[in-house]
Write a protein that binds this ligand. Structure first.
Ligand code: APR
Length: 173
């Protein structure tokens, strides 16, 4: 069970799969979604057009085109409305679904952005606690050896993830 935290651009990571914080249309946007589509090139949008969108909390996988990773797992996180609209479970479902897809496809590594914490306004620490807790529980339950990277664009997010992983003493790098 290998966890790591990096600060930087997820489009540059060579993980087997990187996760995209998309919207329900899957037709691109700003933030990490925009960065992934820019780096992947037009082939990604063309494939996304064939998927018929994605419901909040669910995941769909595409090829990676010009990205250095092998696949992109698109997921749609919840928009934060104060915490009383099932946001926590929907966010957990994003992480759980991405882990299921990665493990079902035999991937050895996966990298997550901080889903829902940008445009969608989810509080950073609460989201990180859900991310770490959901991924850790999935790996323990399924005895998976997959390497998980939390890719933070902001140093402040990396500090949160590092403190959470230190607390469960699983961080390897
Ligand atoms: N690499 C890694 N993380 C990134 C990158 C990048 N290149 N660019 C942005 N981020 C970080 C943000 O700093 C934030 O911590 O990704 C996290 C998620 O922020 P958003 O990309 O805004 O995603 P989200 O909050 O889930 O909102 C999704 O935004 O971009 C649109 O189409 C997207 O409508 C959807 C909405």
């Amino acid at each position: 069970m290998n966890f790591s935290v990096v600060t930087g651009d997820i489009t540059r990571l060579h993980a087997d799969a990187i996760v995209n914080a998309a919207n329900n249309s899957l037709l691109g946007g700003g933030g990490v979604d925009g960065a992934i589509h820019r780096a992947a090139g037009p082939g990604l949008l063309a494939e996304c057009r064939t998927l018929g969108g994605c419901r909040t909390g669910e995941c769909k996988m595409t090829d990676a085109y010009n990205l250095p990773c092998k696949k992109v797992i698109h997921t749609v996180g919840p928009v934060w409305h104060g915490g009383n609209r099932n946001e926590a479970e929907l966010l957990a479902s994003c992480y759980r679904g991405a882990m299921e897809l990665a493990c079902r496809n035999g991937f050895g590594s996966i990298a997550f952005p901080c889903i829902s914490t940008g445009v969608y306004g989810y509080p950073a620490r609460a989201a990180a606690e859900i991310a770490v807790g959901t991924v850790y529980d999935y790996i323990k339950k399924h005895e998976s050896g997959i390497n998980v990277t939390f890719c933070c664009f902001k140093q402040s997010d990396a500090e949160i993830y590092n403190s959470l992983l230190d607390r469960i003493s699983v961080k390897t790098v």
